[in-house]
Design a protein around this ligand. Structure first.
Ligand SMILES: [Zn+2]
Length: 142
């Protein structure tokens, strides 16, 4: 990610874009260096639905999202990089890094710091966009 990446930059890049914001985040010409996991995590952090049309995001939402992307990537770097698929401890238990994910691979679970009632909402949802998994909370992310 270059130093120019901020809300105003993102807002400009998304102008006229019809694809869902999650798909736009994976476009390396818009945001370099964000992978599939962190696209979901950033949208959760920003409280923005992955289904929103990119061009529908306000400047304010773009600022929130840009900040969330930075935060999420910094958190990942501090934790020693991504963790992606199958990080497992030698004893076979789930790796530490996965616990840093809020929504990724957590279908049906309660999301952290969220008011959603999973008995009613079913918790974190998984959908497929452009062939990739997206995880999100329909309650928190609008
Ligand atoms: Zn939630």
């Amino acid at each position: 990610m270059n130093g120019q990446f901020d809300g105003d930059y993102l807002f400009k890049k998304l102008t006229g874009k019809k694809v869902p914001i999650k798909v736009a985040l994976l476009d390396q010409s818009i945001v370099a260096g964000i992978g599939n996991i962190y696209a979901s995590e950033s949208l959760f952090e920003a409280g923005i639905s992955p289904l929103r049309e990119s061009a529908s995001l306000s400047r304010k939402e773009c600022r929130r999202l840009a900040e969330a992307v930075r935060l999420t990537l910094n958190k990942a770097i501090e934790a020693g990089g991504s963790t992606l698929k199958d990080y497992r401890k030698p004893d076979g238990s789930e790796g530490y890094f996965q616990h840093l994910h809020c929504v990724y691979n957590k279908t049906g679970q309660q999301c952290p710091n969220c008011t959603c009632n999973i008995n009613r909402t079913g918790g974190i949802k998984r959908i497929v966009q452009a062939g990739r998994s997206t995880f999100y909370c329909p309650t928190k992310q609008k």
